[in-house]
Design a protein around this ligand. Structure first.
Ligand SMILES: O=C(O)[C@H](O)[C@@H](O)[C@H](O)[C@H](O)COP(=O)(O)O
Length: 622
């Protein structure tokens, strides 16, 4: 099947737009490879420092650079359930590396914050910016020049994008993401949300709520809904940066361990000084980024990736925007329904076909670029294969079958929706992102008067006081990157869900974010320009009629144009101190819009790189 013409034209657009920045990136990576810091360039003293605490049997190999040395960047901590299993991974990776004549060292630990723990709390204001801290920490770890390959241990929301942003600046190094797998299913996500709504209505108390939360979040592994963390996994497979089928194999199982072992062996095989080196920059190109975007649309993934994918792409010199995503969304059929888009969790999704089935379907129908390089042998085709253990406990890959449950995965000829899960909405209120995959047909268009808020607490209070007992578009502004770091407003979903259950038409419009777990409330999120920089969302007043329509892509305030143009934007003053938020003033000050990735670090990097002219490393005198 030939490549879908829209996928082809969007890719061409991206290649054209990224010409200069991509060329600059590739030139810099070539310089890194040829002249950058690496083991042969280290002095005896440099090397002695690096191996001083190494196991004696590794020392010689490390000093003589006999085999590749894998730099592990780990996001381990034991508060985040998804990352807790990483505790022993570095030791295991070292063993697997030795099996094939290589070594491994932990190059750095990076922070991993949990958006579940910080949801609705001040710490959430650090979340998007933590991605930059992770990228910089990754770069710091890799800057020691000790490594010929990189293993990234990270799963959750900001961690994978941050790790990739950092690693891409060392794109001459072959790099693999190694996941740890999902938690076993607990209380179904839908029931958890139902108990939350009962709590909001005062029908159950805190004890019952706590019981439900703990029955849902009950062990090690990634949360089971298809939120940002699991969307990260999906993307890493579509990018070809993981072992095939690695995403959703249950945590701490023999199959999981076998895939990790095979992954480490493969990484050594494609290490920098090997016969077949596969640098990261050769894998993450414009086509791979488009493949990841196709995966996002086909699976109804997290809206957060409309920020993360542009940021990751930029770290590789590739410029994408929401128009690209929207054009892909128009043609890519949605063939997977995972919570919040449907009742199935990722374990169920995996059991009935998982990502290999989705990738194979899309690939066979011409929605994926096949001429991409991937870490696994066999290119993107190999990601259409399932991993299993044979009766000798050896890892084997076999072509995936058709879906075993068409409520969860559909054949491409009979999709859930003809278009993808995420839409661009735009109009006189700006541009925003809309997750259509979880919205019922009768809620795809909402026209109602606005009620304007500056904080999520104020929304909850108004709901509690019955002030939202009507059709309403709740506008929460002052939540963009420049204002307060762009928190997720997921805690608003239960109260707004209660209003919907009462029969009211409800929508949310915000310059902030929602979570990958948010779904059922119609919402335009990431609306830009954000209120803090005077965007139109700052001009909305209580009672203005707003129309939000996923079918036509409208985000409009229905008001006389002259009155609208003359209206002044409200002044936004968000809370910026306490809980360490004051340390992130520089990020708030410099963050570019969400559509450009909202990364101050990348924004300033690009500005500086632009001044370097043809010399990718040194400033020219101009
Ligand atoms: O996937 C995401 O985008 C999230 O940031 C995610 O981490 C989430 O917010 C919490 O885990 C909430 O989970 P609940 O729906 O259980 O509150």
């Amino acid at each position: 099947m030939s490549l879908n013409s829209v996928v082809e034209s969007v890719t061409a657009r991206i290649i054209e737009r990224s010409k200069l920045s991509r060329r600059r990136y590739l030139a810099l990576m070539e310089c890194n490879k040829a002249q950058g810091v690496s083991r042969p360039h280290l002095t005896c003293s440099n090397l002695a420092h690096a191996v001083a605490a190494a196991r004696p049997s590794d020392k010689d190999g490390l000093m003589k650079a006999q085999g590749p040395n894998i730099g592990i960047i780990t996001a381990y901590n034991d508060m985040v359930s998804a990352h807790q299993p990483y505790r022993h991974y570095p030791e295991q990776i070292k063993i697997f590396a030795r099996e094939v004549g290589a070594t491994a060292q932990v190059a750095a630990g990076v922070p991993a914050m949990c958006d579940g723990v910080t949801q609705g709390q001040a710490g959430m204001d650090l979340s998007v910016f933590s991605r930059d801290a992770i990228a910089q920490s990754t770069a710091i770890g890799l800057s020691h020049g000790m490594f010929e390959a990189v293993a990234l241990l990270g799963i959750c929301d900001k961690i994978v994008p941050g790790l990739l942003m950092g690693a891409l600046r060392f794109g001459h190094l072959p790099t693999m993401l190694i996941p740890a797998g999902p938690m076993s299913s607990g209380l179904p996500n839908k029931e958890k949300v139902h108990v939350r709504e009962l709590y909001v209505e005062g029908k159950v108390g805190r004890e019952k709520l706590m019981e439900a939360e703990c029955a849902s979040y009950h062990g090690a592994g990634t949360c089971t809904f298809y939120g940002t963390a699991n969307t990260n996994q999906m993307m890493a497979e579509f990018l070809g940066l993981m072992m095939p089928d690695a995403s959703f194999i249950r945590v701490n199982t023999p199959l999981r361990q076998a895939v990790t072992q095979a992954g480490v062996h493969r990484l050594v095989e494609v290490g920098l000084k090997s016969e077949t080196p596969l640098p990261l920059y050769e894998i993450v190109d414009e086509k791979a980024i488009v493949n990841a975007a196709v995966g996002l649309m086909a699976t109804g993934g997290s809206t957060n990736h409309t920020i993360h994918l542009p940021a990751v792409a930029r770290a590789a010199g590739i410029i994408i925007d929401w128009e690209d995503l929207s054009r892909l969304s128009d043609v890519v059929p949605m063939i997977a329904k995972i919570y919040p888009s449907g009742p199935a969790d990722v374990n169920k999704f995996n059991a009935v076909g998982g990502l290999p089935t989705v990738i194979r379907e899309l690939n066979e129908a011409g929605f994926l670029h096949r001429d991409v390089k991937t870490l696994a042998k066999g290119g993107i085709d190999s990601y259409g294969k399932r991993a299993s253990l044979n009766d000798k406990n050896e890892l084997v890959y076999t072509l995936s079958q058709s879906s075993q449950d068409d409520e969860v995965i559909r054949d491409i000829a009979d999709p859930f929706h003809k278009s993808g899960g995420i839409k661009l909405v735009k109009g006189n209120l700006g541009r925003g992102v809309y997750k259509a995959s979880a919205i019922s047909d009768d809620n795809l268009t909402i026209e109602a008067p606005a009620r304007v808020f500056d904080t999520q607490e104020a929304v909850k209070e108004a709901q509690h006081n019955g002030e939202l007992d009507k059709d309403v578009v709740v506008v929460v502004r002052g939540q963009g990157p420049r204002a307060n770091g762009m928190p997720e407003l997921h805690a608003l979903i239960p109260p707004l869900g209660v209003q919907m259950a009462k029969g009211y038409k409800v929508a949310l419009v915000t310059d902030g974010r929602l979570s990958g777990a948010s779904g059922k409330v119609p919402a335009a999120v990431h609306v830009g320009p954000e209120a803090k920089v005077g965007g139109p969302i700052a001009k909305v007043r209580d009672g203005d009629m707003i129309r939000l329509c996923a079918l036509t892509g409208q985000l409009e305030v229905l008001i006389d144009e002259k009155i609208w143009n003359e209206r002044e934007a409200a002044h936004i003053s968000a809370e910026v101190a306490g809980t360490g938020r004051e340390l992130f003033a520089i990020s708030r000050h410099l963050a570019p819009p969400a559509e450009e990735g909202a990364s101050a670090v990348l924004y300033m990097m690009d500005r500086e790189l632009e001044t370097l002219g043809n010399n990718p490393m040194k400033e020219t005198e101009q």
